[in-house]
Design a protein around this ligand. Structure first.
Ligand SMILES: [Zn+2]
Length: 121
């Protein structure tokens, strides 16, 4: 199925996805580099500090998880670009609203399907 979206719109989205990918790559690299440093501290003097460090560690792990899943979405969206299925809902095969795609370029389902799946927007 050919994407019903305009060339200009697709070029904008492609750019946004490229930028998002670069940003995520940099953020993930930052965490990897800091693994033995400040992002994942392994030392502490008092109990309070240790608790705080554990909390930081947990928060960072969650953030890395989030970054990784965002990265998967971006890569997935880019492959749909190549296949020419970008902007088409993966459930009902109908075009996804342009405004939805602008707000969230990695959307792979239309509002109606998403709503049916999650019971929310
Ligand atoms: Zn749908």
């Amino acid at each position: 199925m050919n994407s019903p979206l305009s060339k200009e719109f697709l070029a904008d989205i492609k750019k946004a996805l490229d930028e998002q990918k670069t940003r995520l790559t940099n953020q993930l690299a930052e965490f990897t580099n800091k693994e033995s440093g400040t992002a994942f501290p392994s030392y502490g003097e008092g109990e309070d500090e240790s608790a705080e460090e554990v909390a930081t560690y947990d928060a960072n792990l969650q953030l890395v998880d989030t970054l990784n899943s965002e990265m998967r979405d971006v890569v997935d969206s880019m492959s749909r670009f190549e296949k020419g299925t970008y902007g088409v809902c993966k459930y009902c095969q109908k075009p996804i609203d342009e405004q939805r795609l602008r707000a969230r370029p990695t959307s792979s389902s239309c509002v109606a399907c998403k709503k049916a799946l999650t019971q929310e927007l």
